[in-house]
Write a protein that binds this ligand. Structure first.
Ligand code: PEP
Ligand code: MG
Length: 572
């Protein structure tokens, strides 16, 4: 048995076999051949297997993420049957007497270079399609495994260096019992996705990939952040019991599903959920969410190779609003860049992407992209209780500029005779310390704040949220963070506005009493955290906690804060 410690990223226990998800080695030798017919038939076999796989992935994606996301696989399937690509590969095998691997690689590269250099978005996308598909066919020619999370058909735990958001989106919960990674933190996107899919996960283990072998047993303890490799029979029994205990706790929490969230003195606070796709709304409602506090719209733009159209966006936003009825839905405009890449936008590689060209910075420059999203949102607004917020605002000018663009699009729509709700609140995320410090000035112009602590902590502490080596500095309870959060809440209240939090801190059991003490109005978290949070809040007195506020804010260290609040909120 080997035990590793990582960061508990998604609660629950998983016990299954290791499935390593790693990029396959696709190097090949170019060889002279004397039986071209044999090579051509190898090529066709590889093409056929690839087609069958892509059909399966397409079906799976359709079910989990919807039709739009599945479209990319239709494009890939077309490439696999395109005589304009396949015939030249066959010709090359025959004319150059080379093996199928070399003919495939050289022909595909010729097309990729040609399409990439064209000044035409459509052709650039075709280059990306050919690149993706060629890798899969090559893996089959070389008979190496091409790991595909969507094709897994037995119970496994995925072990990877990291998982991209699209890898995570492809995970089939029926078979993928858990996952663990070398890198990442509690707020990295794979961790956030794991919570929304309710798959136990431990991230940031530093070295699980160098220790876990395919098909050996592994335990993922997403409650305490432990990984057990090659467990003994006794250990498996212990963790099975831990799993049963956790399931029982969940049943207790579920009793509060239809109740509102009230403190011990009967004061209401709002518990909302963070979502990434319209499909996540089911989970929000089944976990008793009182609203959507953060709809991360990036996923509409990911996992495909072109920008989503206004109609696609309108459908997605309307679907979320309709499903939520009159409950509030806060939609965040596009926050791409940083750790959230979009290959087809060809964003420049940056030394410090988290400090770079992303979110509102990109949207204000590429207002062609931004305006499409705003139009779709404004049109969808008639279907529910929409609130819009802008990510990564650093200055008042940025907020004003974004709001002006929103107003311009609203005017255009009205002139076109389209219905737009007159009640849309427009707010901003507070995730850059500069805005938290002068929240008083912002509060005069925004309708609400939503504090994005995932980023606010990394920028305040200068500790990359993805970097497990500095995770000891990533301190949600540091008095520096609490003072910033307090300033945001006080500033909002001074102007009669509300303040919420959509960073992961909002669902954390140590942070919840601290945030109640500071007077936070809305807590938005992974759907799975809502019921435990409601249970906890029921037993807490907001008035009592508020009386500790000054003492907490004047403390010097995170440790002091934690020790104090654990005692006061009876968390020990
Ligand atoms: C945040 O920064 O706290 C946040 C909610 O946004 P994201 O995690 O998507 O960066
Ligand atoms: Mg953020």
């Amino acid at each position: 048995m080997t035990q590793l410690q990582g960061i508990a990223a998604s609660s629950g226990i998983a016990i299954a076999k290791v499935y390593r998800l790693e990029a396959p080695d696709l190097t090949y030798n170019k060889t002279k051949i004397d039986q071209p017919a044999e090579e051509i038939s190898r090529l066709h076999e590889a093409l056929e297997i690839s087609k069958i796989e892509l059909e399966k992935i397409k079906d799976h994606t359709k079910k989990t993420l919807g039709d739009e996301h599945a479209e990319i696989f239709s494009a890939h399937l077309l490439v696999l049957s395109d005589p304009e690509l396949i015939n030249p590969i066959e010709d090359k095998i025959k004319s150059d007497d080379v093996n199928a691997e070399a003919a495939l690689d050289e022909t595909a590269n010729m097309f990729i270079d040609m399409f990439k250099n064209m000044d035409n978005e459509y052709m650039k996308e075709r280059a990306a399609d050919i690149q993706d598909v060629t890798k899969r066919v090559m893996a089959h020619l070389l008979q190496v495994t091409f790991p595909d999370p969507a094709l897994i058909n037995e119970e496994v735990v995925i072990v990877a260096d990291d998982l991209t958001p699209s890898d995570t989106a492809q995970l089939n919960k029926q078979y993928v019992k858990g996952f663990t990674t070398d890198i990442g933190g509690r707020t990295s996107h794979s961790a956030i996705m794991a919570r929304s899919l309710e798959i136990p996960a431990v991230v940031g283990t530093k070295n699980v990939t160098s220790q876990a072998e395919n098909d050996t047993m592994i335990i993922v303890d997403g409650i305490d952040g432990d990984i057990i490799l090659n467990p003994s029979a006794d250990e498996i029994e212990t963790y099975k019991q831990k799993h049963i205990d956790y399931e029982q706790k969940k049943q207790e929490w579920a009793k509060l599903k239809d109740e509102s969230t009230i403190t011990s003195e009967g004061e209401h606070v709002e518990l909302a959920a963070n979502i990434g796709t319209p499909e996540d709304v089911d989970g929000v409602l089944s976990h008793g969410g009182e609203g959507v506090g953060l709809y991360r719209t990036e996923f509409l733009y990911m996992g495909k190779n072109q920008l989503p159209t206004e109609e696609e966006q309108y459908d997605a936003y309307s679907s979320v609003l309709k499903q939520m009825g009159n409950k509030p839905v806060v939609v965040r405009t596009l926050d791409i860049g940083g750790d959230k890449e979009l290959d087809y936008l060809e964003l420049p590689k940056e030394m410090n992407p988290f400090l770079g060209y992303r979110a509102i910075r990109l949207c204000l420059e590429r207002d062609d992209i931004f305006r499409v999203q705003l139009r779709a949102l404004l049109r969808a607004s008639v279907h529910g209780n929409l609130k819009i917020m802008f990510p990564m605002i650093a200055t008042l000018e940025e907020f004003r500029q974004a709001k002006t663009i929103l107003d311009e699009e609203r005017d255009k729509l009205v002139q076109e005779g389209q219905d737009v709700s007159g009640q849309i609140e427009v707010g901003m995320m507070v995730e850059i310390p500069a805005t938290a410090v002068i929240a008083r000035q912002f509060a005069k112009e925004v309708d609400f704040f939503s504090i994005g602590t995932n980023d606010l902590i990394q920028y305040t502490m200068a500790a990359d949220r993805m970097n497990e080596r500095v995770s000891y500095l990533y301190q949600p309870y540091n008095p520096a963070i609490l003072n910033l959060v307090n300033n945001v809440i006080e500033s909002a209240h001074a102007e009669g506005k509300w303040a919420g939090m959509c960073g992961e801190m909002a669902g954390d059991e140590i942070a919840i009493p601290l945030l109640l003490s500071l007077g936070l109005d809305e807590f938005s978290m992974s759907a799975t955290s809502i019921l435990p949070a409601r249970t906890q809040i029921k037993s807490l007195s907001k008035q009592e906690l508020a009386s500790y506020k000054d003492e907490i804010l004047s403390m010097g260290t995170s440790e002091e804060v934690v020790a104090f609040i654990k005692e006061k909120a009876k968390l020990v």
